[in-house]
Design a protein. Structure first.
Lengths: 397, 204
């Protein structure tokens, strides 16, 4: 009996080794050293999640880099094709889990486009306020993570998280959840903002510039940060455009493309704000763009909180259950904090989408990682990755 | 001068350090679990079932319509209808759940069940200390664990609970008005019938 069981397994063992040992086809370099392959990740603290970089090194210089992702793949698009339109809304929270508000908005926008639903004015204002708050806390955290990658262990990140907490408190008192807000609905928002909440949002907005000044005093002139980030990971305009890079990454190269201006979706044409542009496309420009964008977000927030009108927070005819858009297709996109976030939907007239496609900004921004990292050192590759601003929930979906 | 920026940054760190001793704006953490930040009124995590009165079984608002089961995005609700009906707050006979399970290890707290419930029976709890040693049976909540009183609901979400009570009171008033109208109609019909009956023998 024992031998009968043992036969198949011993057969398998003789079939050959499961993994073939990798032989490098690279010739030894001139100084007699061999290139080294390093697998950074998936559990590397600098990779912001489960993400792996297969790096080939010549000494300390990166000569080849292959981003490997998919460790956090959760089948988001297929699940969405099996649930109702409303049922996908909480799943979009989990794409870019820092910015559930903007994810909700992008999805709601594309469904509204698909079904031709109008959004009341007050709801548009609420959406702008929550989205800009979301942008503030995303950028402030990204800078915290970026300088942590440069070696500033803890302190700036702690300050960033302290300020983020105030915004998350606002989200919690409005929607009930700090991160997984699930707040937008087709044709508006789930609940109304109270005057007390608006006052609190106003306070947080007014207190934020003081923190930003402090944060800049802490970081912007720091010689270590300057020498680590200036001229590192430069990205050219042409390559950025050709690769489909969007968001602060693209604007750091000097391309004036912000969907809030280009599309003017929602009511963004009513606000007076500027789009900060970089010129070198290096890590420092990406850092600075985010600081400046936060200042512009504060300007938008001030105007939105001042001007918010009374009215409905959701379209009175918007349906919660039994929602069936007509046959057709739609692509809705917004300027999420990380870049252009789009949802492409095809409806066959049934309660479930026929096709549900996400255009995630951090996934597409990540594809040119190798071009930015070639010729840099390993330590620089880490901060270049940090400056891309990725969230693996969105990259892998 | 090299090092000026670093010194400037150090000043900021020092200001935060000294500030953390006296300024609550600079020290925002508390030492959990000895000290807890009071929960926000809207805070939500997992659903519970509301019951009226003191007895959870007879006061359970759920009529096992199974709408939440259908709408739940991660499909974490399981309901079985009981064959026996019970009277609801309007006195109407309604179904009741024989089994009502929520698997909180699957639930993502999205609140969609609450939004679609037409009987104001499922609401969001805010109790978050759910750690269990048994992840399968321990995190599968049955209806006796899920049932919580309306009083508790008022305690955790006072504004929302008051609104819900107003909605239910409105439903009751509507029902009473309807009953009254029905009774009046019945009485009128009876009267008319008795009149016609009383007329009929006259005709003959």
């Amino acid at each position: 009996m024992n031998s009968a069981q043992a036969t198949p397994s011993s057969d398998k063992a003789q079939a050959g080794p499961m993994f073939e040992s990798k032989t490098s086809d690279q010739a030894p370099s001139l100084d007699g050293t061999e290139r080294m392959e390093v697998s950074m990740g998936p559990h590397h603290p600098s990779t912001h999640g489960v993400f792996r970089m297969d790096v080939e090194l010549e000494g300390e210089t990166v000569v080849k880099l292959k981003p490997v992702f998919g460790y956090l793949h959760r089948n988001h698009e297929k699940i969405a094709e099996g649930t109702s339109y409303l049922g996908s809304m909480p799943y979009t929270d989990r794409l870019d889990y820092f910015n559930s508000m903007t994810n909700n908005w992008a999805y709601a926008l594309s469904v509204e486009k698909l079904a031709g639903i109008e959004v009341p004015e007050r709801a548009e204002y609420i959406r702008v306020i929550t989205a800009e708050l979301s942008r503030l806390q995303n950028h402030v955290c990204l800078i915290g993570f970026l300088v942590q990658d440069m070696g500033a262990l803890g302190t700036p990140l702690m300050y960033a998280f302290r300020e983020r907490e105030r915004i998350l408190d606002l989200f919690e008192s409005l929607t009930g959840a700090r991160m997984m807000c699930n707040y937008m609905r087709f044709g508006g928002c789930r609940c109304d903002v109270t005057p007390a909440w608006l006052r609190q949002a106003h306070q947080v907005t007014e207190a934020f510039p003081r923190f930003l000044d402090e944060f800049e005093a802490l970081l912007s002139e720091n010689e270590v940060l300057l020498s680590r980030s200036q001229g590192v990971g430069a990205l050219g305009q042409d390559l950025a455009i050709a690769a489909g890079v969007t968001g602060p990454m693209l604007r750091a190269t000097g391309v004036n493309y912000d969907l809030r201006k280009a599309d003017a979706y929602g009511i963004y044409n009513r606000f007076n704000f500027r789009v900060p542009l970089g010129s070198h496309g290096d890590v420092f420009d990406r850092y600075m763009i985010r600081i400046l964008e936060m200042r512009e977000s504060i300007a938008i927030l001030r105007q939105a909180i001042r001007d918010i009108p009374d009215g409905d927070y959701v379209h009175p005819k918007a349906k919660l259950r039994g929602f069936k858009p007509p046959m057709g297709e739609a692509y809705g996109r917004i300027e999420a904090p990380k870049g252009e976030l789009g949802f492409y939907l095809i409806s066959d007239g049934s309660p479930k989408p026929y096709r549900f496609k996400v255009r995630p900004p951090s996934f597409i921004n990540l594809t040119i990682l190798e071009d930015m990292c070639l010729g840099q050192t390993v330590a620089d590759a880490v901060i270049i990755l940090g400056s891309v601003d990725i969230v693996l929930g969105e990259v892998d979906r | 001068m090299i090092g000026k920026g670093i010194l400037k940054g150090m000043m900021e760190t020092a200001r935060n350090l000294t500030g953390s001793f006296h300024d609550p704006e600079r020290l925002t953490t508390v030492s959990y679990p000895e000290e807890k930040i009071p929960a926000k009124e809207n805070a939500r995590n997992f659903p519970f079932l509301v019951y009226d009165g003191d007895d959870w079984e007879s006061g359970l608002r759920c009529v096992s319509c199974q709408i939440c089961e259908k709408e739940c995005p991660p499909q974490c609700i399981y309901i079985e209808k009981d064959t026996q009906k019970k009277a609801d707050f309007l006195g109407k006979l309604q179904f009741q759940p024989k089994v009502f399970d929520i698997d909180v290890s699957v639930c993502m707290g999205c609140q969609i069940c609450v939004e679609v419930c037409p009987f104001e029976s499922i609401r969001m709890d805010r109790d978050f200390e759910y750690a269990k040693s048994d992840r399968f049976e321990g995190l599968l909540l049955h209806k006796e664990q899920l049932a919580k009183s309306n009083k508790y609901y008022h305690q955790i979400h006072p504004t929302e609970a008051t609104e819900t009570d107003a909605i239910r009171e409105g439903k009751r008033q509507d029902h009473l008005a309807k009953e009254r109208a029905k009774a009046e109609k019945l009485a009128q019909a009876k009267e008319a019938a008795s009149k016609s009956q009383s007329k009929e023998p006259n005709k003959e």
